[in-house]
Design a protein around this ligand. Structure first.
Ligand code: SAM
Ligand code: SF4
Length: 365
């Protein structure tokens, strides 16, 4: 059952402020935290609903989804995006969910955000179902980059992981992106022990052939069924080992610059220096090689709550105060205070780690 995270309320009314840092926040406009990091990368969840049921994310029966009235409306999303880019130093906005393509007004939201004075880079994380008919409109609206989640190119395994037989639709959606002229399409894959853990090389072969950058994401304890098991999860080291059976991987020399993926240049196994580079592959080792010290993320749930970390146990409600008439300055201040209290890291590797009440689909991955 989806839990309700503790809400950090407006100053003076809070019961969830106990984690607020003692040191005073300096008067800087950006989303600074006490460890000196400044968030410039905003993830906005547009819905907690989804048309797939990936085993590492959602339970088979779905979740008690939020009623539409509790979700941020288009004008509220755009207001927060304007605040974030105009006053808080956000430079990149990624729309996610749940499945963001389920929002009927997605094209309009992207068009509005692309028209902001301080236009951010705009990207989308999607399962690509339903993309075929909308890719061109999204590109025309100003969508810059797309990450498509695809864990296997085997139809049977796809149906086992997502609990839906829709691989063909995903592949058509990816083709539609290329036809719409969207550059920089990345493919995100999670490897599940005993299900698709041997599929990495085939998936990489497919991605390289299509000119896509594939990124493997270590499975994190953010599934509603709590199936994650550290002892059997497929680690970054294991992913490198398995890919190396078919490819030569050389660490990329381009600076990572806060990006979560460690990039590798890919050649055929046994290739010489003269042989052509086939492309790049990324590995996001959130669990075993955590990159929290370089984190530049701030997140908004579909109900307008700020989460300073994927693994937060508290959220700061912005939508309630906005609907109650809070000014831009007041909302911006709530957001800054929430980020000032960002923890140093996700603590997945500590003995006392507790999985957040919300699964990935209800946070916005
Ligand atoms: N529905 C969209 C999709 O799947 O791309 C957007 C939301 S989904 C929550 C965003 C990303 O989170 C996907 O790439 C998905 O693979 C990843 N994800 C979900 N649960 C995860 C988990 N437990 N560990 C690691 N990544 C996860
Ligand atoms: Fe849906 Fe994305 Fe979660 Fe899969 S990972 S269930 S597509 S939200």
């Amino acid at each position: 059952m989806l839990g309700v995270p503790q809400l950090r309320l407006a100053p003076g009314t809070a019961s969830g402020e106990e984690s607020a840092p003692a040191q005073p926040r300096p008067h800087v406009p950006g989303l600074l935290d006490t460890y000196g990091r400044t968030a410039t990368d905003l993830r906005i969840s547009l819905t907690d609903r989804c048309n797939l049921r990936c085993t590492y994310c959602m339970p088979a029966e779905g979740l008690p989804f939020q009623p539409a009235s509790k979700l941020m409306q288009r004008d509220e999303i755009v207001r927060l995006a304007r605040l974030a880019t105009g006053q808080l130093g956000v430079r990149q906005i990624r729309f996610t969910g749940g499945e963001p393509l389920l929002r009927k007004d997605l094209v309009e939201i992207i068009r509005d955000v692309a028209a902001l004075d301080a236009r951010p880079e705009i990207s989308l994380t999607t399962n690509a179902i339903g993309l075929t008919g909308r890719a061109q409109a999204l590109a025309d609206a100003g969508l810059d980059r797309v990450n498509v989640s695809l864990d296997t190119i085997c139809p049977e395994t796809f149906a086992i992981i997502t609990r839906r037989p829709f691989l063909e639709r995903v592949l058509k959606g990816i083709d539609a992106l290329a036809a719409a002229g969207t550059r920089h399409t990345k493919i995100n894959a999670v490897l599940i022990p005993g299900v698709n853990d041997t599929h990495g090389p085939d998936l990489l072969e497919w991605a390289l052939a299509g000119g896509h950058e594939l990124r493997f994401i270590e499975q994190m304890p953010l599934d509603a069924d709590h199936i994650w098991d550290r002892d059997v999860m497929i680690t970054a080291g294991e992913i490198r080992r398995r890919l190396s059976e078919r490819f030569d991987l050389t660490p990329d020399t381009v600076a990572r610059d806060g990006a979560p993926a460690e990039l590798y240049v890919v050649k055929h196994r046994g290739a010489s220096v003269e042989d052509p580079v086939l492309g790049k592959v990324g590995i996001i080792a959130s669990v075993t090689e955590a990159f929290c010290a370089d984190c530049r993320r701030t997140r908004l749930t579909a109900e307008g709550g700020v989460r300073s970390c994927l693994f937060s146990h508290v959220e700061t409600d912005l939508l309630g105060p906005m609907r109650a008439g809070a000014s831009d300055a007041e909302v911006a201040d709530l957001w800054r205070r929430a980020m000032w209290a960002k923890p140093s890291g996700h603590s997945m590797n500590s003995a006392g780690f507790e999985q957040p009440a919300r699964p990935m689909s209800a946070i916005g991955g």
